[in-house]
Write a protein that binds this ligand. Structure first.
Ligand code: NAD
Ligand code: TYD
Length: 383
C-alpha cells in the first residue's frame, strides 16, 4: 500500500487484504478534514476519503497531504452504491460517515438536498456496507465498525432550566437539517438491530475551529468583522449553544471507534454553554486585542436581524457517558479554543479567499438580504 500513489479521483487503490485502513466520507468538509489531518498526525493507518465536493467541500484543506501514500481521495457520493461496492473491496476495518448537508439555514431555504444526502444517501451507504460486512469471515466481521457522526440537534430544543441532552433524551428534531439527521440516526440504529451491523453513533454539540466554512456563526462573524461588515445576530441573540473545539470532537470519534460498545450512541460536548451574543462579544474582544480597528471597536458592528424560523432556543450536552465509559474529556476550554480559532482565521487569509467564491457570495446575498437588520447593537430585537 505504501508504494501506491493512485491518481486523484480514481478508485484504483490497491490494498492487500490484511492491511489495516479506514474509509471516511465527507472528509473535505470542516470536521472530516480536521479528523483526517489529526488521524494522519498520529497514525500511519491509511484513509480513503470519499467526498462529493459540494459547496462545503474544500480539497485545499487537505493540500498538505498531496503525495502522502497514506491518503487517497475519491470524488463521489455516499449514495453511489457501485462506487462503494468497489471501494469496500479494499477491505477497510471501519467506515466513518461524516458526509452530510449540515447547515440549518440552507435546510430552511432548500430541504431536498438534506433528504437526498442525509437520509437516502445514508440508507444506500448502509446497504453497501451491510452487503460487504455480511461477506466477511467471522473475525473480520466482529472487528468491523460503521461509525455515524451525528448532532445534538436531533434532540430538539431545551428551556433555560431543562437538563442537558443525554443519550436517552427522546428525539424531537425541529429543522429540516435535524430531522434528516435524526432519520439517518434511526436508519443506522435499525441496521444494527435488524441485521447486526456493528454500528456506533456519536451526537455532538456545535463545533468550531480551523477550516470551518464561513456560513456558520463563528467564522462568519470573524470574517465580517475584519471586512468591516455588519455582524448579524438572529432574534435577541440569547439562543444558547454548547461549543466544542473541533480537534476535541476528532479525539472523541477516535476513542469511540477504538473502544465504543457496538450499537451504542455517545453524546459529545464541551460543557461550554454560551449565548450567541456572548460568543460574538468574545470574538469582538479578541479581535480588538489581536487586530484592532483604526476607530472604534468591533462590537459596534453588531446588528440584530430577523430570527431564523423555528430557531431552537438552547442546546446542551450531557457528556458524562463518554467520560465515564471511555475516559474521554475535551482538552480545550472555550477560551483556549476560541483564541486558536481567531488566530487561525487571521493567519489563513488564502484559505478564506479560496472558499469565498461566487456560490458563497450568492448564499450570503440570499440569506442576509432576506433577513433585514432590525436594530443596532444597543437595542436587541425581540425574538
Ligand atoms: P460540512 O458541511 O463542513 O462538510 C460536509 C462534507 O460532506 C463536505 O465536504 C461535502 O462535500 C460532503 N458531502 C455532502 N454531501 C455528500 C454526499 N452526498 N456524498 C459525499 N460527500 C458529501 O459539515 P461538517 O460541519 O464537517 O459536519 C460533518 C458531520 O458532522 C455532519 O454529518 C454533521 O451533521 C455532523 N456534525 C456537525 C457539527 C458542526 O458543528 N459542524 C456538530 C455535530 C455534528
Ligand atoms: P450555526 O453556526 O448556523 O449552527 P447551528 O444552527 O447548527 O447551531 O448557528 C449557531 C447559532 O448562531 C444559532 O443559534 C444561529 C445563530 N446565528 C446568528 O445569530 N447569526 C448568523 O448569521 C448565523 C449563521 C447563526
Amino acid at each position: 500500500l505504501q508504494q501506491v500513489r493512485p491518481a486523484p479521483h480514481s478508485t484504483d487503490f490497491q490494498n492487500p487484504r490484511n492491511f489495516s485502513m479506514i474509509i471516511v466520507t465527507g472528509g473535505c468538509g470542516f470536521i472530516g478534514a480536521n479528523f483526517i489531518l489529526d488521524w494522519l498526525r498520529q497514525s500511519d493507518e491509511p484513509i480513503i476519503n470519499v467526498d462529493k465536493l459540494t459547496y462545503a467541500g474544500n480539497p485545499a484543506t487537505l493540500a498538505s497531504l498531496q503525495g502522502d501514500a497514506r491518503y487517497h481521495f475519491v470524488q463521489g457520493d455516499i449514495g453511489d452504491s457501485a462506487l462503494f461496492d468497489r471501494l469496500l473491496m479494499q477491505n477497510p476495518r471501519a467506515v466513518i460517515n461524516f458526509a452530510a448537508e449540515s447547515h440549518v439555514d440552507r435546510s430552511i431555504h432548500g430541504p431536498a438536498d438534506f433528504i437526498e444526502t442525509n437520509v437516502s444517501g445514508t440508507f444506500r451507504l448502509l446497504e453497501s456496507v451491510r452487503a460487504h460486512w455480511q461477506g466477511l469471515d467471522d473475525a473480520a466481521k466482529s472487528a468491523f465498525r460503521f461509525l455515524h457522526v451525528s448532532t445534538d440537534e436531533v434532540y430538539g430544543t431545551l428551556t433555560d432550566t431543562d437538563p442537558a441532552f443525554s443519550e436517552t433524551t427522546p428525539y424531537a428534531p425541529n429543522s429540516p437539517y435535524s430531522a434528516s439527521k435524526a432519520a439517518s440516526d434511526h436508519l443506522v440504529r435499525a441496521w444494527h438491530h435488524t441485521y447486526g451491523l456493528p454500528v456506533l453513533t456519536t451526537n455532538c454539540s456545535n463545533n468550531y475551529g480551523p477550516y470551518q466554512f464561513p456560513e456558520k456563526l463563528i467564522p462568519l462573524i470573524l470574517l465580517n468583522a475584519v471586512a468591516g461588515k455588519p455582524l448579524p445576530i438572529y432574534g435577541d441573540g440569547l439562543n444558547v449553544r454548547d461549543w466544542l473545539y473541533v480537534t476535541d470532537h476528532c479525539s472523541a470519534i477516535r476513542r469511540v471507534l477504538e473502544a465504543g460498545k457496538v450499537g451504542e450512541t455517545y453524546n459529545i460536548g464541551g460543557c461550554n454553554e454560551k449565548t450567541n451574543l456572548d460568543v460574538v462579544h468574545t470574538l469582538c474582544a479578541m479581535l480588538d486585542e489581536l487586530k484592532p480597528r483604526a476607530n472604534g471597536r468591533y462590537a459596534d458592528q453588531i446588528t440584530f436581524v430577523k430570527d431564523r424560523p423555528g430557531h431552537d432556543r438552547r442546546y446542551a450536552i450531557d457528556a458524562r457517558k463518554i467520560e465515564r465509559e471511555l475516559g474521554w474529556k475535551p482538552a480545550e476550554t472555550f477560551e483556549t479554543g476560541i483564541r486558536k480559532t481567531v488566530q487561525w482565521y487571521l493567519d489563513n487569509a488564502d484559505w478564506v479567499a479560496n472558499v469565498q467564491t461566487g456560490a458563497y457570495r450568492e448564499w450570503v446575498q440570499t440569506q442576509y438580504q432576506e433577513a433585514p437588520a432590525c436594530a443596532s447593537a444597543s437595542a436587541p430585537a425581540s425574538a
